[in-house]
Design a protein around this ligand. Sequence first.
Ligand SMILES: [Zn+2]
Length: 827
Amino acid sequence: MTRHRNLPLLSFYLLSLCLLYSVQVQGQKTTAPALTRAIPSPQAVLGFTPGDDRKLADWTQITNYFARLDQSSNRVLVQTLGETTLKRPMIAVFISARENILALDKYKEIQRRLADPRTISTELERNRLIATGRAVVVISCSIHSTEIVASQMSMQLAYELASAQDAQTLEILQNAILVLIPSANPDGIDIVADWYRKTLGTPFEGKEPPELYHHYSGHDDNRDWFMLNLKETQLLSRLMWREWFPQIVYDVHQQGPNSSRFFVPPFYDPPNPNIAPLLLRQVGLFGHKMAADLQAAGFKGVITNAAYDTWWHGGFRTAPYYHNSIGILSEAASARLMSPTTITREQLSKTSARGMRNALEAATNFPDPWPGGEWKPRDILNMELVAARSVLSLAAKYRASHLRNFFDLGLKHVNYTPAQNEPLAYLIPAGQGRDEAVARLVGALVGQGIEVHRLDQELHAGFGPQVLQRMNSTGEKLGVFRTIIAHAAGVHEVPAGSYIVFLAQPQGANVRSLFEPQIYPNRLTPLGEAERPYDVAGWTLPLQMGVDAPAVVTIQEPVGDRKLTLIRETNEVRRDLALPLKETNGSPIASPLRQGPRIGIYRGWTANMDEGWTRFVFDTFNVLYKSVRDKDIRQGNLLSSYDVLILPSQRERDIVEGHSAEAYPQEFTGGLTKTGVANLKAFVEEGGKLICFDSSCNFVIKHLGLPVRNSLEELKSSEFYSPGSIVSLEVNQNHPIAQGLGQDTAAYFINSSAFETTDGKVRVVARYAKQDLLRSGWLLGEDKLRGKIALAEVPLGRGNIVLFAFRPQHRGQTWATFRFIWNAISS
Ligand SMILES: [Zn+2]
């Protein structure tokens, strides 16, 4: 799967190249021109300069360019990491001084040791590693593929670093190793490039493609950094957190066109309490350096301390904090893909965000607003180039202090000793009967470099209290939570075969942030409305996955006396649990459905991420389905092709109307229309089963006239708000859809729904719990949700409609509730 370059061979190759080079330049006083001539510019290879209007290099062109750089520059080495979801090569480009490139293995080993202070026994050794190491910087481009400019910028940046001879560049090359990811989603580069080229010169030029730019996740490809569902996150997590341990990670993005021109850190509030204060300070240092360099270079419209926060755990730029590294984000205002656009003062004046009253008003965090006018891809590219150089230069200049801080943070976690009743580890007890979920959870942890041990001998452990209270620093109570599973407090025997995750490890903060419940601070605007966080408020992974993982506060026997085995690869867990290792259809999991009903998953043209994740879950479980398009539903006679139709969560308007005729070419417009809605109704009345997730329930309730009401629909955010949290369900275990589910099951609620009915025909499968409702995250107006219907079956004619008020398959993470879906299909 991984095709590493043969390093000895390469070293030889590079050496001979250098030899050639030194022969070439002998007798010349100025070496720069000769070197510059030897290295192809992007222009020379592509036929245009990155950032030119209406020019877009696709993935083949980008990888070809980097292959040419690799061949011609002794500062550049391209590594193929593996294959993407749609089987394109994923690459990382190492750029540094020639002597660093020749000694990559040495620097990799230094990184590995600095990342794990337990491998360093003396101060002398530590000092030597810090003195000889290099600052390792990852710059990743265009994970969001419509934020396309950075992928083009990557070639220009690499070219300049490979060819320039100025003092700043040489300092960067000497002291830092850049690991450049030209795209964290190569499939998406081609999806966008194909679409952009097709629509160039048409009224649709510069529009986003009418499909997800990642096969399964679309924009959510940057919501996967602790779950590692996607091949791309798996490959990059291995590169970053199991091989290279970069001290600095810079993720280059674009935001909407009408806001600030460029966001850099510091971030907005609230910070995640598990992020080391030192990291937040360093992130701020980098951000202010970037902002100052951009200002010095004459760019307007740079903002800090706005819009984006560090609460949530799962993004490219937040994951580094849990590996003791600096994570930086920039967000440039978008053009129209690679076409220029014009932004008026009025548009700017109407755009606000947290930390920005409007995009025209100067403030301390936004001292020089951009006045509006033409905005070109080149403007974005130029700002990104300055920002990238700024990061590299700061990394290089303070190389030793970055390495020292990185080591010290790791050491602090390694030396963690819990206070009384504080967890020292989390346990995944053997024999829970959810082996696939356990294997997947341990696999996700191991995949991001967290140490997990298997107990080869039983031990006796004391568990924490069932109730966890959180106070803020002034003693105010923030929340009371039940711990993950109601384990009786006290000492219990833990059987051999259990897995244990200690907090005293370099990634202690990561363990804590994934296992403990999140308590999001109650943040309200001056008008009393909920202040929206950047992403979700709660994600506690074992809870989402339905895996019992209690906190351990004491272990009776000395741990050293008990045999523990470190898990190195996911498949070791599958072997332990006697699960199949062989892959079918890309996934080793056998289908949970005995007979094979004909399943259709609705797929409109509005690039619905929930639809993509639904396919992801079905593919993971080897459950066969067909994607059903608007035109298929408009044609009717659905029962001849399908037994079950699934509507992923989607707004009513997007389902019924789709894109308007002005917005997209005709084949991508229209939605179901009235005809499609009537056909869907006929499908159920004649005996079909329709399963709806979250928002699409509202569509069905309204258009198929169900005797059910969404009681949250009309509420203001001052009355009710829950932006991605885990809640408890009270499950009616007598209902076939609840078969195998616990009476108390955790479910994912993300601005979701809650139903009421007075009709006796509606069969309730689960309700939101009447007490201890919130398990992780933020829930404002809890009384509005308590006891309301969360999952129900509604008969219609000879068929049935299943209404999921919540998200049973959210981002492919909610293993706790997948079983409801399989039951709903087969019951
Ligand atoms: Zn983005």
